[in-house]
Write a protein that binds this ligand. Structure first.
Ligand code: APR
Length: 259
């Protein structure tokens, strides 16, 4: 299948273990000790030294990421992430899957990775509905690379033509038709990153997005709102479940109106 690249995102069919990129992402399990599917393919192709390194990593939690060398693979690195097992769609699966993509990109950027290839995380043994997972993947990656230029190319590696056509249809749906939606998603992505980075949970995250998104005019303003909130979390030293005070929300709204 021909490779298509639009706005730094490429779409191909093939085997992720054969991709000549800086890093490939593995859809692993919490033990990081190998398995079937893409995990099995990567361990077979990388060789036994990969398992030796994985043994020292003490596993990985769902939505989080760990990095290893690529060993016999063309890719220099493997970023291992653990996708959510599909349950009922109301157990936080969407947020956890988005975290896999976002945290993989963040770790890739920290490691100097310029090109990265993803499989369709959680859509095999973990049973995540394919189209729903692909929408989350495309939206999360678009949001991330829109404010992180150092990630030059992201490759979706589809394991079959049906997967390719589903991704292509989603990629061709231009989110600029619904700018307010993508800005609300951008704001949500920033808040989720703050939660992951500070190991907190923002109780009123949805309410904050509902009140701030209509005021935000572009992704720079969404980033600015995220930075202000991140600064408050860092300075206040809050931990665990947190309700962002009304006074802080009002200060962010005031700041955005002056931009
Ligand atoms: N290259 C690209 N994509 C692949 C490859 C490959 N070589 N092999 C499989 N895939 C695709 C599958 O078609 C599926 O769409 O990767 C997607 C993810 O499927 P799984 O590998 O089953 O991963 P996941 O659904 O996240 O389940 C993870 O499976 O392999 C075990 O140890 C792993 O327990 C973990 C679970």
């Amino acid at each position: 299948m021909p490779e298509q690249t639009v706005n730094r995102i490429s779409l191909i069919t093939g085997d992720i273990t054969e991709q000549h990129v800086d890093a490939i992402v593995n859809a692993a399990n919490p033990t990081l000790l190998g398995g079937g599917g893409v995990d099995g393919a990567i361990h077979r192709a990388a060789g036994p030294a990969l398992l030796e390194e994985c043994r020292k990593l003490n596993g990985c939690r769902t939505g989080e990421v760990k990095i290893t060398s690529g060993y016999r693979l063309p890719a220099r690195f493997i970023i291992h992430t653990v996708g959510p097992v599909w349950s009922d769609g109301r157990s936080g699966e969407d947020d956890l899957l988005a975290a896999c993509y976002r945290n993989s990109l963040a770790l890739a950027e920290l490691s100097g990775v310029k090109s990265i290839a993803f499989p369709a995380i959680s859509t095999g043994m973990y049973g995540f509905p394919f189209k729903r997972a692909a929408r989350i993947a495309v939206r999360t990656i678009r949001e991330y690379i829109s404010t992180h230029p150092s990630v030059e190319n992201v490759v979706f590696v589809c394991h079959g033509e049906e997967a390719y056509h589903i991704y292509r249809e989603i990629l061709e749906t231009d989110t600029s038709e619904h700018p307010e939606t993508s800005l609300a998603e951008s704001l949500t992505a920033h808040l989720l990153m703050i939660e992951t980075f500070h190991a907190i949970r923002i109780r009123n995250r949805t309410e904050i997005v509902k009140r701030i998104a209509p005021v935000v005019k572009n992704s720079t303003q969404a980033l600015s709102a995220g930075i202000l909130l991140n600064n408050w979390v860092a300075v206040s030293g809050v931990t665990g479940d947190v309700t962002i005070p009304e006074s802080i929300i009002l200060r962010i709204l005031e700041h955005l109106k002056k931009m």
